[in-house]
Design a protein around this ligand. Structure first.
Ligand code: ATP
Ligand code: MG
Length: 437
């Protein structure tokens, strides 16, 4: 079972990897350096032991105490004479096997090291070596071997553990801190609150994540703000005729008036249209499924709704026209753009062009009207914003068209923009990314 937190997982992975690497390092050093070195050292030492045994055997008995003193002082070797009690011992170090092998090679016999404990409590190792027909027991103390592989192992592993912990803590500070802040901020967004902006610093991936998240926060806020304005505006637009209707009804109860009734009917019709539009838009927003469709057919269908009413729209059917989109949203966007082009295009024909590229498709509606001043090209997307602010239905609509276009596009991951058309007029383009939606 894996640990749950990122910190413990990071620590575990680093610990396992560094442990494996340490084992590998130790194995390589042992195989390529320690064992060859040990072989040389034990070979030399075996020669010394065998020479000592032979010298001992060659010396007359009277000289042997002198020899004993000399080899003890110079080489920390002793001859045990007469041989005493010895026991077997476990060979934790490869050193003993190597020494036994070297002794075997030099004497041509099978030599087995045995151990005994001196009166001072130190362990001694003995080899019974054949020398001139007799057997001489030569030995050396444990301190002469002086190899501490366990200590080395412990040192490496404990330093490894400390390094692992420090590295994980470091990584944790880099990774987990920003991620935890991101998690907290996400919960804010879930509750519809605006989270504080995250710092867009640190490693590139995290900075990109923070940047993306901040942008998402802004977009959500903008979307909410736009919808609120839309709702407030619509309510306002409904209340004005309602107030007029109320007033008119009061007057009508006193005296019937044909003119007043006509205006009443006109107001009711206006309210009806506004509500119908709201219902349509909310249906477009609720649209779920993308459909594979022929863009040219869709353009022809949308344009057809206008040309049926006498508008002049031009477009050419190009080669590959296939697209996967939510059709209702795209149709609504295009019909709003075409509606504007016809309404503000000064009776001139409207062109529709499209281009399908590697990563996106771009559909543009072009008119030859007066154009939109550059400073206004973003503001016209605000709900109820119109260049001609009178709200007179002859000079424009309610000012909702482009706001709806922007919101529908944003909800689908598309972008819409207005630009000046070369040669005069406006060019309104929607760009639809082609990746799987
Ligand atoms: P609605 O679309 O809700 O009936 P509307 O057309 O006035 O009303 P928008 O479509 O949002 O609202 O357009 C906002 C304003 O931008 C318009 O009132 C108009 O002044 C200006 N505008 C939009 N499209 C064009 C265009 N193609 N050429 C010139 N001005 C334009
Ligand atoms: Mg419009």
């Amino acid at each position: 079972m894996l640990p749950r937190t990122l910190f413990s997982r990071t620590a575990l992975v680093i610990a396992l990897m560094s442990f494996a690497f340490q084992i590998f390092t130790i194995a390589v050093i042992t195989y390529f350096a320690l064992i060859p070195l040990g072989r040389h050292a034990t070979s030399d030492f075996a020669a010394l032991l065998v020479d000592t045994a032979q010298a001992w055997q060659a010396e007359p008995a009277s000289e042997r105490p002198w020899l004993q003193e000399r080899i003890g002082r110079l080489h920390r070797i002793q001859v045990q004479d007469p041989p005493g009690e010895t026991t077997g011992f476990s060979r934790m170090l490869p050193y003993f096997q190597l020494l036994e092998a070297s002794l075997g090679t030099r004497t041509g016999a099978h030599i087995e090291l045995r151990a005994s404990r001196s009166e001072y409590g130190e362990e001694w190792y003995w080899a019974d070596l054949p020398a001139a027909g007799a057997t001489v027991r030569v030995g050396f103390p444990a301190s002469r071997v002086d190899v501490q592989p366990w200590l080395a192992m412990m040192l490496i592993l404990s330093v490894g553990t400390i390094v692992t912990l420090i590295t994980s803590a470091w990584l944790a500070r880099w990774l987990i801190g920003p991620l935890a802040r991101l998690a907290a901020a996400t919960q804010h967004i879930g509750r519809g609150l605006r989270p504080e902006s995250l710092a867009e610093t640190g490693p590139t991936e995290l900075a990109t994540l923070a940047h993306g998240f901040n942008r998402m926060g802004e977009q959500v806020e903008e979307l909410l703000a736009n919808r609120t304005t839309l709702l407030a505006g619509i309510s306002h637009d409904l209340r004005t005729p309602l107030a007029r209707i109320q007033l008119a009804l009061g007057m009508l109860s006193e005296k019937p008036d044909r003119d007043l009734i006509d205006r009443l009917l006109h107001d009711v019709e206006g309210m009806n249209q506004l509500i119908a539009r709201c219902l349509e838009v909310s249906r477009d927003f609720a649209e779920q499924d993308s459909v594979d469709l022929d863009l040219c057919d869709l353009l022809a269908e949308v344009a057809g709704e206008f040309t049926g009413a006498g508008a002049d729209i031009r477009g050419r059917k190009g080669p590959d026209c296939h697209l996967r989109v939510r059709p209702l949203a795209l149709k609504r966007i295009l019909s709003n753009l075409i509606d504007n082009a016809l309404r503000y295009g000064g009776e001139q024909p409207v062109d529709i062009e499209y281009r399908i590229e590697e990563e996106s498709a771009e559909i543009c509606v072009l008119d030859r009207g007066p154009g939109i001043p550059e400073a206004e090209r973003e503001t016209v997307f605000r709900p109820f914003y119109r260049l001609e602010p009178s709200r007179n239905s002859r000079t424009g609509g309610s000012g909702l068209g482009l706001a709806i276009v922007r919101q529908l596009a944003a909800a689908n991951g598309w972008t819409v923009g207005l630009a000046a058309r070369p040669g005069g007029g406006t060019m309104a383009c929607v760009r639809v990314p082609l990746e799987e939606q």
